[in-house]
Design a binder for this molecule. Structure first.
Ligand code: GLA
Length: 733
């Protein structure tokens, strides 16, 4: 109340640097959000347009924030194009990317949004805009996270007129960076088994578009970005970061405008988009989460990792998401050839390694002997499991593990009982061919009957069986996204309705089965985003399980997403992807940098391999909290002469750290650079040991201060191909 009074009086309440604040200054008409080490400000300008003012390192409360009143540069670039808007309507002569584009039934397509009013509620500001004369209302929400300064932006579009309005393009937010000519955009590209390749390009005039037109998140681009300046390094300098919370088609565009400002617009993908908004109806956009760090690219990553742990990931009480269990997955061992006896044999061997969760993958249901049949028929195959799943589950539990199961609920094989009963449930245009991907079609989850069916099937599965975990797969992209039984004017809302119903099913399942944990998988890493992450506990980043490829994949993944959400398996050598041969310790050291799993055929491991694995699983349990919930430092990325992948994970309380350094190939007798650690307590004393308990080289003292490890560092010279070392540092005083 006091706060509201102060706001009303146009005064700022000072609440100390750590607290977040959301404020409005009546005199300057500036809105200001402060949280973590970030200030975000925008204002109502003299024309009544909502204009960007500042987004970057936190400024003192007393800092003047007045932004210049911008007018046009020339008749070619009138004010509409020069003023950086927080949420631009397509109208008034706008050439920059709009946040919202509408068409009225009378053909008018001019939309000019003005500030109307606002509300401030704790750390949240809601600003209402509307068109200059037509009753289209937009409510922008800005919520700043007090710990990280990450701002969550979204918009609700409301039709208060008496006729339908068609929305042609709807973003969650527009953002602006100050004039500079040395911005660089970082993002990731990929495809199946080759996800998370980092790309970098200068940001100049001429839009760069990152997007998915696939109906789901996709791996061609993943919906995150980082933007840096020329002086930004891994650990210093400005880095802006953003990610969309949406698991459907999405788009982000980046462009330097005529004044040199960089404008970012992100939200629904306008590709094939049309959304009929009936009188009184609203459309809410996805969230666009954006952050800033002056600690370089590493700082921006760590900010997002923390934000995901604290604000995005589901939790069941406690002050952190649950740690990932060490799991075993049967896919690479048995593929579709699952049966009770063989799964039991694998489970018995897995348990003896210290595995905590046994997951049976594809092949257990319907007529699923290959990827040609069975999807949609989620009943246990009686030939493979004559007594249902219960005997296997009971045995798995008796072995001290919990049980997980693979499902792909949004899909159907044409060769399935479900498709034979409901051919109209698959996405399609009437009378047109349906393109199959992996011999399957996508169910039209936008339909309420399909949504309810999928929910019921999964609910029954979880009610009838003691299942702790679902690996939720999604193995193709959309094609022919028709919805023939919907009104023509509503058919393209499939892009929104599908995802909302997917979220509904996940939310409802979690509500009915609060202990269930879920992994998001999509032919590997095709559906990783902050929308699905809010409803699942872990992600499968790639089907590529080669431990060396995986180092690069993991590096790309963790630019935006927390290591604790990233599953990584130890599998067979040679690896199925590229026939590369690697040692078991190398495979473990790669996979221990996320949530550890084992996906090998354990029947082929001899006693020596089993003993090695047992050792590493035990080591992993010592460092798993540090890896999953700690701070990740990438230690040698700026040194092209150092081919090692060197990652350090430091526990939140700095009492423990895990250091991994791995290399693909070494040359001659090169001596490798000393590794200086980061993030330790300089005054504390840390003991160091190898993860496999072999003696460390004599150049490394058994214990030393944090200051020593950070300034003197650790000398590790590796020799050979696909070799690495893992070390654990433990604070002793
Ligand atoms: C996808 C997943 C794999 C596996 C198979 C099963 O490819 O990414 O891990 O589950 O499906 O068919």
């Amino acid at each position: 109340m006091l706060f509201r009074l102060l706001v009303g009086a146009g005064l700022f309440a000072f609440a100390g640097p750590a607290a977040a604040q959301a404020r409005y200054d009546k005199a300057s008409r500036i809105f200001r959000l402060d949280g973590g080490d970030v200030t975000y400000a925008f204002k109502v300008n003299a024309s009544g347009i909502l204009q960007s003012v500042y987004w970057g390192k936190r400024l003192p409360d007393s800092a003047p924030l007045a932004a210049p009143e911008l007018s046009g540069l020339s008749g070619f670039d009138v004010a509409t194009n020069v003023v950086p808007q927080e949420f631009a309507g397509q109208g008034g002569g706008l050439y920059a990317e709009p946040a919202l584009k509408v068409t009225y039934p009378d053909g008018n397509r001019d939309l000019v949004l003005y500030y109307r009013d606002h509300q401030i509620d704790g750390d949240e500001i809601r600003v209402t805009l509307s068109d200059l004369d037509r009753p289209i209302f937009v409510t922008l929400t800005y919520r700043i996270d007090r710990d990280t300064g990450v701002v969550a932006r979204s918009a609700v579009i409301e039709n208060r007129s008496t006729g339908d309005v068609r929305l042609d393009q709807v973003a969650a937010a527009g953002l602006t960076l100050p004039v500079a000519y040395d911005y660089r955009l970082h993002y990731s590209t990929g495809r199946w088994a080759a996800e998370w390749t980092l790309q970098e390009r200068p940001l100049r005039t001429g839009a760069t578009v990152l997007e998915s037109r696939r109906g789901s998140t996709g791996s061609e681009n993943n919906p995150w970005f980082q933007i840096t300046r020329a002086n930004t390094t891994e650990e210093s300098g400005p880095a802006w970061i953003g990610a969309l919370g949406w698991s459907g088609s999405w788009r982000m565009s980046f462009d330097q405008d005529v004044t040199g400002r960089v404008r970012i617009v992100g939200g629904f993908n306008p590709f094939d988009f049309a959304y009929r908004l009936r009188p009184g109806a609203k459309l809410e956009t996805p969230m666009f989460y954006v952050g800033f760090s002056d600690q370089g690219r590493g700082g921006a990553s760590r900010l997002f990792h923390r934000f995901e742990r604290e604000r995005i990931l589901p939790r069941r009480g406690g002050d952190a998401p649950a740690l990932r269990k060490v799991l075993y997955n049967s896919w690479e061992a048995t593929e579709f050839k699952v049966n009770e006896a063989e799964q039991l044999a694998l489970a018995t061997r897995a348990a003896s390694l210290g595995v905590e969760r046994f997951v049976m993958d594809d092949g257990w249901f319907g007529a699923r002997d290959s990827d040609h049949a069975g999807l949609g028929d989620w009943t246990v195959n009686p030939r493979k499991f004559p007594n249902g799943l219960t005997p296997l589950i009971d045995r798995v539990k008796a072995l001290g593990m919990d049980f997980g199961l693979w499902v792909e609920p949004e899909m159907v094989n044409p060769d399935s009982d479900l498709f034979r009963a409901h051919p109209d449930w698959a996405m399609q245009y009437k009378g047109r061919p349906r393109t199959e991907g992996r011999n399957q079609l996508v169910l039209n989850l936008a339909r309420t009957d399909v949504r309810d069916h999928v929910l019921k099937v999964l609910d029954d599965l979880l009610t009838q069986n003691d299942i702790a975990f679902l690996k939720w797969d999604y193995n193709r992209n959309w094609s022919e996204p028709g919805w023939p039984d919907a009104d023509v004017a509503d058919q393209q809302t499939i892009y929104v309705a599908y995802v909302r119903n997917l979220y509904y099913i996940l939310d409802e399942l979690r509500r009915r089965h609060p202990a269930i944990e879920i992994e998001s998988c999509s032919g590997g890493g095709g559906r990783v985003d902050l929308g699905i992450m809010a409803r699942t506990d872990e992600m499968w980043p790639s089907d590529n399980t080669d431990p060396f490829d995986r180092l690069q994949i993991q590096d790309g993944y963790t630019q935006a997403y927390a290591p604790g959400t990233m599953m990584a398996w130890v599998t067979d050598s040679p690896n199925w992807v590229n026939q590369r041969q690697t040692t078991l310790p190398f495979r473990f050291l790669s996979a221990m940098q996320g949530g550890l799993g084992i996906g090998t055929n354990l029947n082929r491991w001899g006693d020596a391999d089993m003993a090695t694995a047992r050792y590493y699983v035990a080591s992993y349990k010592r460092i798993r909290e540090t890896v999953q919930h700690g701070s990740l430092y990438r230690l040698n990325r700026e040194n092209p002469a150092d081919a090692r992948w060197t990652n350090l994970y430091v526990a939140q309380d700095r009492a423990r750290a895990a250091l991994f350094t791995l290399v693909g190939s070494t040359h001659k007798l090169d001596v490798m650079p000393t590794i200086q650690l980061l993030g330790l307590d300089p005054d504390a004393v840390y003991r160091i040991e190898a993860m496999d308990s072999t003696p460390l080289p004599a150049t490394i003292p058994a214990q030393a201060t944090g200051a020593y490890w950070m300034n003197h560092g650790v000398d590790v010279t590796l020799r050979g191909d696909f070799v690495g070392v893992g070390m654990i540092l433990t604070r002793v005083r």
